[in-house]
Design a protein around this ligand. Structure first.
Ligand code: SAH
Length: 344
């Protein structure tokens, strides 16, 4: 083999073929697969003979991240991880407990090149894409660390999923595979800043995941100031792609709206947002309001709770469905991307 096989990126049947290629019985591949889904290091795959484990190490690359740092919230048990990839790049992942089950937030790139003005992940650009196995590995490692079942995934960590399209789609197929972690596609959200060609492609993949669009403003001028991607794909175009996503997949699109004091949090802006969504989206929409997590380098601050409630109430009065997202782990909340940044 000239390049080593990325074994964590294999399906169960590919794993069986891998074992057979090494001159082993097929079932050994199944055993290997089972261990990997549980985030087990090769040395600890106890029902595989030592000779086979050595053979695997020699012929394969096992892209399971390791836990570099771990912060546990004293308030709600949320756990934030700094995960180290095999080349030393670090990303963040978060384990959250909800009433309906445990959800993991994964990163898909080391850094980001989208340039959103309020976001810490983009401050030093993008180092590289993560492979599908590295995205999956974050969940496997967290499952092992917590000993708990993970029932949902949100791609809302570091990076832009649709800027790493092939790995994202491969990851979605792997993580939902009934032989593997078997996380239902309906329990997975892909969050995007609005890369229109990616949204269109995703709607044809036969993967009924929830799409979350990071909107953050109700007109092009304001959105372009916060999110440079809007200069390429403006609001009308991106909402048309969202509508098409809904029509093709039957899955509702949700909208993320980070409230930033003095930038996008006025009542007038709430009314404009409701009008925008009503005229451009045929289906009822849900708006998730997020209070900005302060990133010192950006200078932006979050509105107070009263202003946030007023924004939500205005949206609701205009017929929108809106919630202010509960802030899990507020005591460990170096906002997304800051843990990585502080460890570079
Ligand atoms: N690239 C994807 C995933 C990014 S993170 C996207 O843009 O959707 C998930 C959400 O967190 C996005 O809506 C993003 O805009 C938002 N976000 C980024 N930095 C933030 C901050 N400092 N405070 C609050 N929300 C933030």
């Amino acid at each position: 083999m000239d390049s080593k096989t990325d074994i964590l990126g294999l399906t169960k049947s590919e794993c069986e073929a891998f074992a057979q290629n090494l001159g082993e019985k097929k079932f050994r591949g199944g055993q290997l697969y089972g261990w990997m889904q549980k985030g087990t290091p090769i040395d600890e795959m106890s029902n595989l003979p030592k000779s086979l484990r050595d053979k695997i190490s020699a012929n394969a690359e096992y892209r399971l991240p390791t836990i570099e740092k771990r912060q546990v919230s004293k308030i709600d048990g949320t756990i934030k991880y700094l995960m180290r990839m095999i080349d030393g790049e670090c990303v963040e992942s978060v384990f959250m407990r909800y009433e309906h089950g445990n959800t993991v937030c994964v990163s898909c790139q080391a850094g980001c090149r989208m340039g959103c003005k309020f976001c810490a992940s983009t401050l030093r650009g993008r180092a590289r894409n993560l492979t599908a196995s590295e995205i999956l590995g974050q969940i496997a490692v967290i499952g092992r660390d917590t000993g708990e079942r993970v029932g949902g995934v949100v791609m809302m960590g570091i990076g832009e999923p649709l800027d790493n399209y092939d790995n994202t789609v491969k990851f979605l197929r792997l993580v939902s595979d009934p032989d593997g972690l078997s996380i239902g596609l309906r329990h997975i959200s892909v969050s995007t800043c609005g890369l229109v060609p990616g949204i269109k492609r995703l709607s044809d993949e036969g993967l009924p995941v929830t799409l979350s669009l990071s909107l953050h403003a109700s007109n092009d001028e304001r959105r372009s100031a916060l999110m440079p991607v809007n200069k390429k794909y403006g609001i009308k175009e991106v909402l048309a792609a969202c509508r098409e996503y809904f029509e093709k997949t039957g899955r509702r699109v949700s909208f993320e709206y980070t409230l930033i004091s003095g930038e996008n949090d006025s009542e007038e802006e709430a009314r404009a947002l409701a009008r925008l969504l009503r005229t451009n989206m045929a289906s009822p929409c849900h708006v998730n309001l997020i209070l900005l997590n302060k990133v010192d380098e950006t200078g932006y601050i979050a509105p107070d709770r009263t202003a946030a409630n007023r924004f939500r109430d205005t949206l609701e009065k205009c017929g929108m469905n809106a919630t202010i997202r509960r802030r899990l782990g507020s005591d460990i909340d170096a906002s997304c991307g800051q843990l990585r940044l502080n460890n570079m």
